[in-house]
Design a binder for this molecule. Sequence first.
Ligand code: CA
Length: 266
Amino acid sequence: MPLTLSSERTKHQPSIKLGRVLVVEDEGLISETIALALTDEGYEVIRAEDGRAALDLIHQLKELESNGSLGMALTLPHQLRGRSLDLIILDLMLPYINGLDLCRLIRREGITVPILMLSAKGSETDRVVGLEVGADDYLTKPFGIRELIARCRALLRRHHQFQVQPEQPSLKYQDIALYPQECRITVRGAAVNFSPKEFKILELFMSYPRRVWSREQLLERIWGPDFIGDSKTVDVHIRWLREKLEIDPSSPTYLVTVRGFGYRFG
Ligand code: CA
């Protein structure tokens, strides 16, 4: 499988990430090392092993961002949906489509995400060509991982400074409002604290009003396929959510039980 998620190290990390980074590199050890370092820094990392897989993924994320529909993005793992890329780390030598061509293609499509190019070659020509086809920075192998992290941080900082922040969308239902980018929820006008899991559950429910979710679906979407435990976990979290949302948690009107199926919102 040419596309992998570095989720093995993210389990103990906070669920709110500093940014989403795509690492395109066919050398497994280098890709793994970069992914682990970035994950430890608090970034979410997606890896692609070749140029074609990377381009497919970028197209799917772009599609998702531009029209919000799942359309062709249905083949994406669900963890990847709902957020675009913040940075691409791109190796020069790649199978199918090399780094320079990939960079050119990305820029030709009007995608402005910062690109850090990696190369085993250190010649000035490569560096110049890399920057000319639209890379933002260039790092020659072998490089120190601290330097890579520092460059990533600088690129992200610069990129965010020049980005016009779009108005932050929020999810509203009656007197409950959830602000995904601010990780903030207000209930009847007052800010209420939610744990990251509770936040994710409510965000999912509010994104699909009145849709019924089974306990198994919620476990899969919120806890992930590797979760070991039973569906009682879901019931416990629903109870906690009700205590924060409902006027009378014993007869809920927001998070409603659909007997024999699961739960729905609204
Ligand atoms: Ca390579």
